[in-house]
Design a protein around this ligand. Sequence first.
Ligand SMILES: Nc1nc2c(ncn2[C@@H]2O[C@H](COP(=O)(O)OP(=O)(O)OP(=O)(O)O)[C@@H](O)[C@H]2O)c(=O)[nH]1
Ligand SMILES: [Mg+2]
Length: 248
Amino acid sequence: MSSSPRAPRSDLKAAPAAPAAVTPMGWMHTARFLTTAAQLHHLPAMDTPEIAFVGRSNAGKSTCINTLTQQKQLAFASKKPGRTQHINLFALGKQGVTDTVLADLPGYGYAAVAKMDKLRWQQVMANYLVSRENLMGIVMMCDPRHGLTELDDILLEVIRPRVEQGLKFLIILTKADKLTRAEQAKALSIARLQAGGGEVKLFSALKKQGVDDVAQLLWDWTHPQGGSALAAALPASPSEDEPEALDE
Ligand SMILES: Nc1nc2c(ncn2[C@@H]2O[C@H](COP(=O)(O)OP(=O)(O)OP(=O)(O)O)[C@@H](O)[C@H]2O)c(=O)[nH]1
Ligand SMILES: [Mg+2]
């Protein structure tokens, strides 16, 4: 498989401007690319709280990051499964005061990937989830039309000890625009049973459903001291970025 890793940025001076409003969405909009790594040991050790987006290939992880950050192409999103092949890190917070890191992980379960590559990646991901010291939260993206799959269950088992120790956990039911209201309600109650005490939210990048809710939750995870920290985390200039167009 081919991939297009980006060169790590050594400086973070050219951050996009944030909206004037002091909100979790404004905080999200400060996101900028930090670095990319094909192997765990290439990831920089950090002490900033990190939130990882995991899930099956094509579930909508990269699109979700682009929607939350209101940037068209911060994370690579594609119709073609297997688009994300590296761990990509994005920094959140004012320049020079990164307070949170988002990690976009390659998806699993993509049938066309060679078996050895799959096994290698599963090992990298398991190691990441078990050993990444600054990991404070996991967002599992799940297409409710498929439900949680066997690989999702394996991942849940891998992270269970850390969740029991306080790691935050959210299941996002993606592409909610593909479901009727009744199907959404049903998917939500099934996923809640499977979430083992973690949160579950419906999300649609297309309809912008659940976007504010998820931004608020991630803000709350990383800023237990509350909203008073928002002004400190945000620069004050207005934004001109448009959200990404969806093609599925
Ligand atoms: N209708 C609809 N399509 C979506 C939504 N979110 C993502 N998609 C589409 O789903 C496809 C896959 O999205 P990605 O964000 O690339 O998925 P991914 O989970 O990052 O995939 P990998 O990088 O392969 O693991 C793209 O065609 C997106 O446009 C959504 O909320 N609604
Ligand atoms: Mg992706």
